[in-house]
Every structure is written in structure tokens, then in C-alpha cells.
Design a protein around this ligand. Structure first.
Ligand SMILES: Cc1cc2nc3c(=O)[nH]c(=O)nc-3n(C[C@H](O)[C@H](O)[C@H](O)COP(=O)(O)OP(=O)(O)OC[C@H]3O[C@@H](n4cnc5c(N)ncnc54)[C@H](O)[C@@H]3O)c2cc1C
Length: 466
């Protein structure tokens, strides 16, 4: 295989792993998901991706697209006998048109680079998933990644005007484009968005951008209970506020990350006042509320938020430095992981009005398996990173954690939610979609896969509905 691929694409584009390789795993490896690729191909152009897919299709070889390998669902973990197609060398910026608020980049450009290019041109690329330094825009599109700002700005797919992709049996196609309206056909571009490498390999992305907001103001609001905090989040939205971020931390998360809380000041209607303060005594839930816009709009929204919050909070804080607050927010994951050596998380969604019930029932499920738990996420979207803390040396705890996740998926289906809000289905959640969809919808899901990939060679075994 390696010899044929080398003569097709050039020896410098083909790696044959000798033993363990970083391409065998993604960020889900701590949940025991490690595969083994027969060969790793690093195409240097979209045409080479097409040639590779053509060869794999002709020879019945499974092909696993890979971006930055930051996926948390095992989507990029290679199946037996497969070829990994890593997009890391497709790093070209094909178009950058600040006046038209748009850019076209190749799939291997990192999320951070897209954000930086937009910023350097006075613009703003709204999606802000974590792991931005390693994750690639192709991977973001393939998982339809979200982030804190998705509440106001939507997930990655909302900013994709068009895609270039290789479809089976090896054809390079363009879907969508720069036109601002198009209702002519079924939206094939949208089918590829979030398809986790199971329908085609994305080689370039046309992205819409926005003028950068002039200002952002972030406040941290502490509550005595989960119920108070969730009610306040609903109240902010019902009152007409459109925050750019409305994230939450439950009591368990708060106690783990309190020590790293950045210097902040108590805040009132008119802005920060009072002494520097840490996480207040008695706080058992917190919301991170960010508003953006012009300076005047931010001040008005802030005042509106304070009014809507009323007497509900234990305290309202404004960080002395907003960047420090976001560094703190980015640190939740490692801080929680460090508590007992590992964590197992389920990224799920529930209707926002059912968030307190979902959090309570998740805590009960974890306690029923004798595992400590915590949760944080995007309150404005009901998107929860439901987490149990485990000792990775104890097989029994790892097994119990997987049982907790299984029960969690049942719970969200029961509440009318979704088993995946950000990280996709990959291998970890395969078979779970059927819990939340009707049999006919599941059947259509499977038929779409067969239509795009009749030989089941594109990332086989991933994103399975049942
Ligand atoms: C610390 C941390 C924080 C994270 N925070 C967030 C977050 O806030 N929001 C969020 O949504 N996710 C988050 N994630 C998950 C992950 O970063 C995202 O899913 C990201 O979009 C994956 O991109 P990647 O390039 O690393 O893709 P990979 O992990 O390499 O692949 C992910 C899936 O996409 C497919 N794929 C990759 N590239 C292509 C391509 N060019 N064409 C077709 N298929 C392709 C792969 O086959 C696989 O199924 C986080 C992960 C970590 C480790």
C-alpha cells in the first residue's frame, strides 16, 4: 500500500508508522480509544486528496480524514487497515477580502490563524472553540464546532459560505459559494458540515466574517443555588438581553477553579466598585455574562442585565482584566482533569428551561455510581459538559464512568435534548442518535451516508446512528 501511495503522490507525502504514532489517537485517547493506521498520507494539495480517495475507493481501503486531532469523540481515530489523510499541509489562504467580509482558506489552517487573520483586518471570525492553536478549520467544519460565543453568533456552520471537498469515488467538488442567497437545491454544503469525515474530505472553506465589535464587557454573577442561577439565565433572555456569552459553572466546578479566579471587583449598576474580591462565600453556581457592541451599547446592555438580575445574585463581579477571565475559563478543563487524574465528560444539550433538572439528575446518576461529578457549559444554549472525576488507575471507575455517560444520554433523550452539542458523535457516541430520533429519521441518516459513500470507506464506523 505504502509503495503504491508513494508512487501515486510522492514518497514525501506518505508515512508508514513503525509502532505507535500520534496519528493513532485524538484527544479522546484518555478514554481508551487508540487505533492503528496502515499508512498516513499528508497530501500537499486538494488534487492529491482526490487522487488518494480515488485510490482508496478503487482498492477498498478505508480512509480517515484528520485535522488537528483535538476531537473529543474519537472521530479521527483510525480503523483497522485504514489510511489516515492528514490535512496539515493544506495551509494556503486562497482569498482574503476584508471589504467583502470574507476569506477562503484551506482545510489545514488552524482556527487561531483564521481568527488572527480576521482580527488583523479589522474583522471578526465569531466561532471560538477551545484548542484553537491545534484544531484546523476543516476539523471545525467537520464537527460543526461551537464555543462560548455560539449563543449570539452561532456555530461554525453559520459562517461557512461554501466548501471545496473530495467526494467518493475521488472527485473534487465545490458546494455553496460567495453568493449571499441560494435556495435552488438541497443544501449539500450543510450536509457536509458536521459530517465528521463520513461523507467527504473538506479541502477548503469559504468563510464569512463580521466587523469586529468595538467593545466587550464581561461580568461574573454568583448565586447561592443552581436553581437561582438557572432562573436568572432564563430571566436575562426573557428580558430581551442578547448576551454574546452566557456560560455557567455549577458548585462542583466552582470549588475546583475558585483558587485560580482572576482579580475582580464587585460591580453595581454603574460599573465596578468596591474592593477586589475572590469567589464569594456561599456561592454555589455562577454565570459568565458577556455583552458586546459599541461602548454605548455595552453600557446599556450591562445596565439592563443588572436590572434583570435584581436581587437574585450573591455577588456580581467585573474582572480587572477580561483576558485573564478567559484564561481562567479555558483552564476549567485541565483543572477538573487534575483533581483525580482524569475525567470523563459528556457534551450534551437540553432545552434551556430544563437545565436545572438535567444538572440535578446528572448529579444523582453520578452519585449512584459513587463518582464525584461537576458540570459547566453554555447556559444560554442548554449545552452541558457533564463530567465525572475518575482515578485512571482504577478500571472499575473508568467502567462506572462509561455507565454514567450511557445513563446521561438516556436522560437527555428523555428531556428532549441532544446527545451531542459540540464534539460530535465519532466513536464514543456511536449508536446513541437513535435514542433521540424517530426510526424514519434514523433511516434517512443512514441512506444519506450510503448515497455519499456506497462502499462505506469514508471514516467507517463513525457517526453511526444505531
Ligand atoms: C481543550 C479542548 C477544548 C475544546 N473545546 C471545544 C469547544 O469549545 N467547542 C467544540 O465544538 N469543540 C471543542 N473541542 C473539540 C475539538 O477541538 C473540536 O471538535 C474541533 O473542531 C476538532 O478539530 P480538529 O481539526 O482537531 O479535528 P480532528 O480531531 O482531527 O477531527 C475531528 C473529526 O473531523 C473529521 N475531520 C477533520 N478534518 C476533516 C476534513 N478536512 N474533512 C473532513 N473531515 C475532517 C475527522 O475525521 C474527525 O471525525 C475541544 C477540544 C479540546 C481538546
Amino acid at each position: 500500500m505504502a509503495r503504491e501511495l508513494s508512487s501515486l503522490l510522492g514518497a514525501e507525502q506518505v508515512l508508514v508508522p513503525d509502532g505507535e504514532s500520534p496519528y493513532d489517537r485524538d484527544a479522546s485517547a484518555r478514554r481508551g480509544l487508540v487505533g492503528r493506521a496502515e499508512a498516513v498520507v499528508l497530501p500537499g494539495s486538494a488534487e492529491q486528496v482526490a487522487a488518494l480517495v480515488g485510490w482508496c475507493y478503487e482498492h477498498d481501503v478505508p480512509i480517515v480524514p484528520r485535522g488537528g486531532g483535538t476531537g473529543l469523540a474519537g472521530g479521527a481515530v483510525p480503523s483497522e487497515g485504514s489510511v489516515v489523510c492528514s490535512l496539515e499541509r493544506l495551509r494556503g489562504v486562497r482569498e482574503l477580502e476584508p471589504g467583502l467580509w470574507r476569506m477562503c482558506v484551506e482545510a489545514g489552517v488552524t482556527t487561531r490563524h483564521v481568527q488572527r487573520l480576521a482580527r488583523e483586518n479589522g474583522l471578526f471570525f465569531a466561532p471560538d472553540p477551545g484548542a484553537a492553536d491545534q484544531a484546523q478549520i476543516g476539523g471545525n467544519v467537520a464537527t460543526n464546532a461551537g464555543g462560548p460565543h455560539a449563543l449570539k453568533y452561532g456555530v461554525t456552520g453559520a459562517w461557512v459560505a461554501g466548501l471545496e471537498a473530495v467526494l467518493a469515488p475521488g472527485e473534487l467538488v465545490a458546494l455553496g459559494g460567495w453568493i449571499r442567497k441560494d435556495v435552488a437545491g438541497y443544501d449539500l454544503k450543510d450536509l457536509l458540515i458536521g459530517s465528521e469525515g463520513t461523507l467527504g474530505i473538506i479541502t477548503a472553506v469559504r468563510l464569512r466574517l463580521l466587523p469586529a465589535p468595538e467593545a466587550r464587557v464581561t461580568t461574573v454573577v454568583f448565586f447561592a443555588s443552581r436553581e437561582d442561577g438557572c432562573a436568572a439565565a432564563l430571566n436575562l433572555l426573557a428580558g430581551g438581553l442578547q448576551p454574546s456569552v452566557l456560560d455557567f459553572l455549577d458548585g462542583g466546578t466552582l470549588s475546583i477553579v475558585a483558587a485560580a479566579y482572576p482579580p475582580s471587583r464587585a460591580s453595581g449598576v454603574d460599573g465596578p466598585r468596591g474592593e477586589e474580591a475572590g469567589v464569594p462565600q456561599g456561592a454555589a453556581f455562577a454565570l459568565i455574562v458577556e455583552v458586546d457592541g459599541s461602548e454605548a451599547e455595552c453600557a446599556a446592555q450591562r445596565a439592563e442585565a443588572m436590572e434583570l438580575l435584581g436581587e437574585a445574585p450573591v455577588a456580581v463581579h467585573e474582572p480587572l482584566e477580561q483576558a485573564a477571565l478567559w484564561r481562567w475559563r479555558d483552564g476549567f478543563n485541565p483543572a477538573v482533569t487534575g483533581m483525580r487524574g482524569a475525567k470523563v465528560s459528556g457534551d450534551v444539550v437540553v432545552p434551556i428551561e430544563l437545565l436545572p433538572e438535567a444538572l440535578m439528575r446528572f448529579g444523582e446518576i453520578a452519585a449512584g455510581h459513587d463518582l464525584p461529578s461537576c458540570a459547566w457549559g453554555h447556559a444560554g444554549e442548554g449545552n452541558v459538559h457533564a463530567t465525572v472525576l475518575v482515578d485512571p488507575s482504577l478500571e472499575s471507575e473508568l467502567d462506572a464512568a462509561e455507565e454514567v455517560m450511557g445513563e446521561l444520554y438516556g436522560l437527555v433523550a428523555d428531556l428532549g435534548g441532544s446527545i451531542a452539542g459540540e464534539h460530535g458523535v465519532g466513536l464514543i457516541k456511536r449508536g446513541q442518535l437513535a435514542r433521540q430520533w424517530t426510526p424514519r429519521a434514523v433511516e434517512l441518516h443512514e441512506q444519506i451516508k450510503r448515497l455519499f459513500d456506497p462502499k462505506d470507506l469514508l471514516n467507517p464506523g463513525k457517526k453511526l446512528a444505531r
